[in-house]
Design a protein around this ligand. Sequence first.
Ligand SMILES: *Cc1c(COP(=O)(O)O)cnc(C)c1O
Length: 394
Amino acid sequence: MSTPIDVQRARRETPGCEHVLHLNNAGAALMPHLVLAAMTQHLQLEANIGGYEAARQEEARIERFYTATAALLNCLPEEVAFVENATRAWDQAFYSIPFQPGDRILTAQAEYASNFIAFLQVAKRTGAKVEVIPSDEWGQVSVAALEEMLDERVKLIAITHVPTNGGLVNPAAMVGALARARGILYLLDACQSVGQMPIDVQQIGCDFLSATGRKFLRGPRGTGLLYVRREICQQLEPPLLDLHAATWTSPTSYVVRPDARRFENWEMNYAGKLGLTAAIDYALSWDPGEIERRNRQLATLLREGLRAIKGCRVLDLGQQPCAIVSFVMGNIPPCEIQHRLHSLQINVSVSPREYTLLDMDQRELASVVRASVHYYNTEAEIERALAALHELCE
Ligand SMILES: *Cc1c(COP(=O)(O)O)cnc(C)c1O
C-alpha cells in the first residue's frame, strides 16, 4: 500500500517554496531544510574544530552516504562512489574502459553533450567507432534496432535514461537485458531520472550508473555519485588514481583498492557529501513510485495547459513522458520566455541545441524552454505559470 505524497509536508520542509515558483528541478531542485542543515552544521564544525577533526568526528554519518545510496539504487555499499558531479562520475567510468581500434560504442539520439564529446575524444585517440542507435516511432531508443546492431565488436552501450532536453524516458531495462545477455558493458547516465522515479540497478542491468546530487534528488550543487557493479569493478582501472583510490606499495608499484571508491578522489567536499546523504535519506522517506506518479500528474497538467495556448508546441518525446516538459511558443525566443517568467519569480530554464545536438538537429530545434516539475509543486502553481505564459503570448 502506498500513500499519496503529502504535498503540504513537502512544502513546509522546503524553504524555497515560500520564495519562488520553481519549475527548474531538472536544473537544480529546491533543497529540503534538512539538507541545508546537514551542510551548515558540518561547515560550522569544520570552522570550530578543524576540517580533518570534523571528518573524523562525523565519520559514521559520512559513511552513511554509501548505505543510503545502496538503498536508493538497490545495490551494495561497496558498489558506490562519491564524485563531485555526474559528468566526472560518468567520465571515471567511461575512460576506464580500454578501447581498441574498431571497437564499437553504441549510444542514443538524445545523448548528452559532455558524454558525446568524450566518445569523440576516445574515438580520435583509440580508433573506436561511435554509432547512434536509431529511435523508435516514439523517439525512444529502439530496442529492436539495438539488437540488430549487436556483434562481438560492440564494447560499450552508453545511453542517457532521461535526456536533459525533454520528457523522454528511454527503455533502460530492456537495453540492460540485451547488454547482459551478450556480456557487453552498459553505462547509464541517470542524471535526470534518479530522484524522479524508482531506480533499481539490478532491474536495469547496467554496469555503471551516474547521477548528480542537485537535480531530482534535491541535494546540493557540486555533488554526484557513481554505481559500479561489483563483478566488473576490479577489471577496470580508473583513468585518474590518487592515494585514496590506490596505495603506493613499493618504488615501482601500487595497488588499486577493490571497491568502487577506486573511482573517487581523496579530497572531497564533506559538507556536500553530508548534504547529499541527507537528500538521499530524505528521498528514501518518500515512496519513489508516488514521487513518479505525482510528477507525471503535474507534468501532464502542464502539457495540457500549454497545448491550449495558441502557438505553443509541446515537444516531449516518448510513450510516457516524465517530469521534464519542453516547449516553444510562436516566435518568442525561449530565453525571453525564461527571462519574463523569472521577473515573476517563476523559474524555468532553456535547453540549447548543443546540449543534445543530434536530437535537436533532427527535430530542427535551436533551443527549447524546459519546465520541470517536482512533487512539491502544486496544481495552483502550474495554473499560475500557465496564466503567465498566456499573458506573455498576447
Ligand atoms: C545535468 C546532466 C548531466 C551533468 O550532470 P553534472 O552534475 O552537471 O555533471 C549529465 N547528463 C544529463 C542527462 C544531465 O541532464
